[in-house]
Ligand binder design. Structure first.
Ligand code: AMP
Ligand code: MN
Ligand code: MN
Ligand code: MN
Length: 280
């Protein structure tokens, strides 16, 4: 059975490895079908594709789009996208525009609770000036000894409602699905188990996603607790979604789950890659 990993991040968003280093690690870990899915950015795909080809590693161009739905941030993964599609490229560029101002505000809030110069601190970790994210602030807060783990930083400083949190309006669900499908891709709800929705809200999200043309949800992901695998396998069956599997790897020593190091999908679900021609 092919070891499939359809969710990972490079330095082009908030990962720590270059796209080529990520490809090499996927290969070394035995991944046989790999997607790179940087946040709101497709600028690393050409390098990833080239590196994967040199390693004989089947590669899937992807993206993870930040959206706001019912007041919360949700992530929609796009797989098998044409990363040169104009509407996708322009839509993502427009969305990234808000990150700079947001980062300045995060830094102001951190300064007000006694953490100065966080903007400059976060910048040291940024690989793509267009994509400063909370992860970069989190790495800086760890560097200065405020917290030991990323999880701790988000729980105490950068997560929703915490002192360094700045609410932000991302794309809409409809935009994300339209951009992905318009670029020939498949839309997947990332790590559904992470969102704090009521049962009614989840039902509305899954229905709306389906109506808009969404195809799949992540069932096995590094962002799910083990007991959530079964929960979301059942949800996939209930709503007729295909199922995806991805580590959500961001970097060695940082991510809980390494590339390719996840259990297989439950046999009850249909893999999102079931009808793909794997001879890329
Ligand atoms: P942003 O897109 O700037 O809001 O940053 C979101 C990123 O922060 C996510 O993609 C994760 O990489 C990271 N993140 C969010 N919550 C947590 C958490 N609790 N622990 C570790 N990383 C997190
Ligand atoms: Mn991330
Ligand atoms: Mn995500
Ligand atoms: Mn991710």
């Amino acid at each position: 059975m092919t070891n499939v990993d359809l969710h990972s991040h490079s330095r082009v968003s908030d990962g720590t490895l270059s796209p080529a280093e990520l490809a090499a690690r996927a290969k070394a870990n035995g991944v046989g079908l790999w997607a790179m899915t940087d946040h709101d950015e497709v600028g690393g795909i050409a390098e990833a594709r080239e590196a994967a080809a040199a390693l004989d590693l089947p590669f899937v161009p992807g993206v993870e789009i930040s959206i706001t739905w019912s007041g919360q941030t949700v992530h929609i993964v796009g797989l098998r996208i044409d990363e040169t599609n104009r509407a996708l490229v322009d839509g993502l560029a427009a969305m990234r525009g808000g990150r700079e101002q947001r980062a300045r505000e995060v830094a102001e809030r951190l300064a007000s609770i006694g953490v100065p110069d966080a903007y400059e601190g976060a910048l040291k970790y940024v690989g793509n000036p267009d994509l400063i994210s909370r992860t970069h602030f989190a790495r800086y807060l760890m560097e200065i000894g405020l917290c030991e783990t990323l999880q701790e930083v988000f729980s105490n400083y950068l997560g929703e409602g915490k002192p360094g949190y700045v609410p932000h309006r991302w794309a809409t669900l409809q935009q994300s699905v339209d951009w992905i499908r318009g670029a020939g891709g498949i839309a997947v709800i990332a790590h559904p188990g992470r969102y704090k929705f009521s049962e009614l809200q989840f039902d509305a999200l899954f229905r709306e996603f389906k109506t808009l043309g969404g195809s799949a949800i992540e069932v096995i992901t590094g962002s799910h607790a083990v007991d959530q695998y079964d929960t979301y396998a059942k949800i996939a069956a209930k709503y007729g979604f295909l199922a995806s599997r991805g580590s959500d790897f961001h970097g060695p020593g940082e991510s809980r789950v390494d590339l390719g190091a996840l259990p297989p999908l439950p046999t009850s679900v249909t893999p999102v890659w079931h009808d793909w021609n794997l001879a890329y």
